[in-house]
Design a protein around this ligand. Structure first.
Ligand code: ZN
Length: 144
């Protein structure tokens, strides 16, 4: 958290800042409660990479929650995957680690703001080539 920085560029901390009007077409300013990284794999070809990554995450980031293996497609996902849920405080350490250690696997990183649709589309960040998503199954403004 930036404290009383008097030097350097001003940091807008509040969604009620004077610029919020011009941001109407951007995120509605919902707070991010946590993040998900969805790790995609091919059960026949890249499961071992996914397994290795999973073990490394468990060892290096014990506060990250590893979801179940989903060989069968679930939700908006069009490939097999498992989810890693992690708190915002891990972002600065976990995301660079993932960039360096994903071993060719495609990963979808998204925030959890309560708006599933935007979180998986406008707010999404892909490591590797972006995959299609069945976004029609995502509810807008859904609170989970
Ligand atoms: Zn997710």
């Amino acid at each position: 958290m930036p404290t009383k920085a008097s030097a350097g560029p001003a940091v807008k901390k509040s969604s009620r800042s004077p610029t919020s009007q011009s941001r109407r077409n951007r995120s509605p300013g919902r707070p991010i409660s946590a993040y998900h990284a969805h790790v995609y794999y091919d059960p026949e070809k890249t499961r071992s990479q996914a397994e290795n990554l999973r073990q490394c995450v468990a060892a290096a980031f014990p506060d990250a929650k590893l979801g179940r293996w989903h060989d069968e497609l679930v939700g908006p996902h069009t490939r097999s995957m498992y989810q890693i849920a992690f708190p915002s405080r891990l972002l600065a350490s976990f995301v660079p680690w993932l960039m360096l250690n994903r071993d060719g696997l495609t990963i979808l990183l998204h925030p959890e703001t309560g708006d599933d649709y935007r979180d998986h589309t406008a707010h999404a960040c892909w490591f590797g080539a972006a995959l299609p998503l069945r976004v029609e199954v995502l509810r807008k403004d859904a609170i989970r």
